[in-house]
Design a protein around this ligand. Structure first.
Ligand SMILES: [Zn+2]
Length: 157
C-alpha cells in the first residue's frame, strides 16, 4: 500500500484542468491503487487525481458500497436537487452547505479501461459531482451557501 500526499487548498494543482487518460499504463494503474489507499486512509468518500498532484481525469469513490473507479468520467444526466453539508480532503476540518443534483448518471471507464455507465442518488450523486468538479479545477467552496464551518468528528459508537 502506498499513500500519496493530499494537496490542500492553495496548491495551484487543484485549480488546473486535468487531461483525459488515453491508455492505462502500469503507472496509471498504480496511481489508481494509491488513490484508493489514500482515500481510505483519510476516511474520505472520494478522491480525484489532482488532489494527489496528478493532472489526469481519474476519480475514485466509495460511499460505503465498495470502490468505484472512474477514468475520464462525463456527467450524462442530472435531476432533482439536494442541499447538504459537503467537505473535501483538500480542505481538512471544514464543511459547508452545497446544493447538488439528487440524481446523476455518469459515463466512465473502469480500471481496465472498460466503459460503463453508473447512476447515483443522494451521497453518490453528490460525490460524483464533487469529484468530477476537481477534474476541471473546481472546489466545492465556490458553490458553498453561507459560511464554512468547522467539522468535529464524532467518535464511532
Ligand atoms: Zn474534494
Amino acid at each position: 500500500m502506498a499513500l500519496r500526499t493530499i494537496r490542500v487548498q492553495g496548491d495551484p494543482v487543484l485549480e488546473k484542468i486535468c487531461k483525459p487518460v488515453k491508455e492505462l499504463t502500469p503507472r496509471t494503474k498504480e496511481l489508481i491503487e494509491d488513490m484508493l489507499d489514500t482515500m481510505y486512509e483519510a476516511n474520505g468518500v472520494g478522491l480525484a487525481a489532482p488532489q494527489v498532484g496528478i493532472l489526469k481525469r481519474i476519480v475514485v469513490i466509495d460511499v460505503g458500497e465498495g470502490p468505484v473507479v472512474m477514468v475520464n468520467p462525463v456527467i450524462l444526466e442530472t435531476s432533482g436537487e439536494q442541499t447538504g453539508d459537503e467537505g473535501c480532503l483538500s480542505i481538512p476540518g471544514k464543511a459547508g452547505q452545497v446544493t447538488r443534483p439528487n440524481y446523476v448518471k455518469v459515463h466512465a471507464f473502469d480500471e481496465n479501461m472498460e466503459e460503463y455507465e453508473i447512476e447515483g442518488t443522494e451521497l453518490m450523486a453528490r460525490a460524483m459531482c464533487h469529484e468530477i468538479d476537481h477534474l476541471d479545477g473546481h472546489l466545492y467552496v465556490e458553490k458553498v451557501e453561507g459560511q464554512l464551518h468547522d467539522v468535529t468528528y464524532e467518535e464511532e459508537e
